[in-house]
Design a protein around this ligand. Structure first.
Ligand code: PYC
Length: 287
């Protein structure tokens, strides 16, 4: 039987499964569903395969993946990776570089266990795009987002089934409007807690919603706020998720966008070994 070592964590409620050993990057598409899908996992999990970095200044390389494919960057996942490396004794408090397919990210592990991620350059490419009944912005924060405020929905846990349906239909509309690269839809509303600036609901590529405020989604939001002159460099933006969990964001101005920093905390939930039995009809997951 083949064994794969994993460590699970969650960041603001959103799970990350770090693959510590057992497969190589070239095997990822074969093993992707075996690692995160049923019967060993479920569609919400984001996987993070640790790989040898090309850039020797990086503590590791990481390839993020989900139920439908690969992700460029993943903010909640990167916080989970840093927390996992600390759990494994591979890093301690301080600054660490991590290589992702979309660029090198710098992470600071703080004394209290929080992690700040200095993300890849983020920017808005289109403002007020009309897609079906709504209007929103298109921005990159390590993944592509359609950001919508004029949707008319209340962002509460009770509305999640409705929000999922509506955001999937907005994604089809934004593709039809000429932006096929958009794979995440992010809805905004006023925060439920007065110390925060905003609440969001984020639909991910595989039709699951983000339980966390979404690190790349918050980066895309900061890029839009910066472009509109609504948030100054260094000012803090507290982004609340649909579950009420929070990421703190801020940015440095950059010639062609911004460099966002997202701060949050992950918790380790399991350390285990996955077994793949050649006799098991579902050894590669239920697809
Ligand atoms: O935190 O960037 C993020 C993320 C992307 C998809 C799920 N979480």
């Amino acid at each position: 039987m083949q064994s794969i070592s994993i460590i699970d964590s969650h960041t603001g409620g959103e799970p990350t499964r770090v693959v510590v050993s057992g497969i190589k990057d070239v095997d990822l598409e074969t093993y992707r569903r075996a690692i995160i899908g049923e019967p060993r996992g479920h569609n919400v999990i984001v996987g993070a395969l640790l790989v040898e970095p090309k850039d020797s200044r990086c503590v590791t390389g990481v390839i993020f993946f989900n139920n439908v494919g690969l992700l460029g960057m993943c903010g909640h996942g990167m916080i989970g990776v840093i927390t996992t490396l600390k759990f494994l004794g591979r890093i301690s408090v301080g600054e660490h570089r991590v290589e992702t397919p979309v660029g090198v990210v710098t992470a600071v592990l703080h004394e209290d266990g929080h992690v700040s991620i200095r993300n890849v350059r983020s920017f808005r490419i289109a403002k007020a795009v009309k897609a079906g009944a709504v209007t929103g912005d298109i921005a990159w924060g390590g993944n592509w987002f359609f950001l919508v405020s004029d949707h008319g929905f209340d962002l509460t846990p009770e509305s999640i089934p409705l929000l999922m349906q509506a955001s999937l239909s907005m994604r089809a509309d934004v593709h039809a409007a000429g932006y096929p690269q958009v794979d995440h839809v992010e809805l905004f509303a006023p925060p439920k807690h007065e110390i925060n600036q905003s609440r969001n609901f984020v639909m991910c590529p595989g039709g699951e919603y983000d339980r966390s405020p979404c690190g790349t989604g918050t980066s895309a939001k900061l890029a839009c706020l910066a472009a509109d002159g609504k948030l100054a460099p260094g000012e803090t933006w507290r982004q609340e998720s649909i579950l009420g969990t929070v990421f703190e964001g801020s940015y440095e101005a950059d010639q062609s966008g911004i460099i966002p920093t997202i701060k949050g905390q992950a918790f380790i939930t399991a350390e285990s070994t996955l077994w793949l039995d050649p006799a098991d009809p579902f050894q590669f997951g239920i697809s």
